[in-house]
Design a protein. Structure first.
Length: 134
């Protein structure tokens, strides 16, 4: 149930049809180029919902921990999505403790008013976002 935009690397971005939810997922290692592409793609897709608000679902279940430089780029991503109307941020982190811990740090350092929550299952994250956005 999504429209998908997959990058040549390990990132993909899609929308959950019938909602104002953007989903991204990553597999393995990322890098600055991928994070820039990810940021631009998310901001382009979500622009249509900027004034009414939207949710961002981040599947980090298969993502490797990031470097300090990549962390800075991800913190910037958090700030930019909040500035573009993202009200709710849901992380799906099935089993990656280190990656989940880094995501929590990025959220904390970005210091946005975006409501954030971590989930083990994607359907739980989608339901939470849909409830918040209704």
């Amino acid at each position: 149930n999504s429209i998908e935009n997959t990058h040549a690397w390990n990132e993909s971005v899609s929308t959950i049809l019938g909602s104002r939810i953007v989903k991204s997922s990553a597999i393995g290692r990322t890098n600055i180029e991928e994070i820039k592409w990810l940021t631009e793609t998310i901001l382009t897709i979500s622009k249509q919902w900027e004034t009414q608000g939207w949710g961002y679902l981040v599947d980090i279940s298969h993502m490797a921990p990031v470097t300090n430089e990549e962390s800075e780029a991800l913190i910037k991503l958090h700030i930019l999505v909040a500035q573009s109307g993202c009200n709710f941020l849901a992380f799906v982190d099935k089993k990656s403790f280190m990656t989940a811990t880094q995501a929590q740090q990025h959220s904390k350092i970005s210091n946005t008013n975006t409501e954030k929550r971590h989930f083990r299952k994607e359907d739980e994250a989608i339901n939470w976002l849909k409830e918040r956005l209704s």
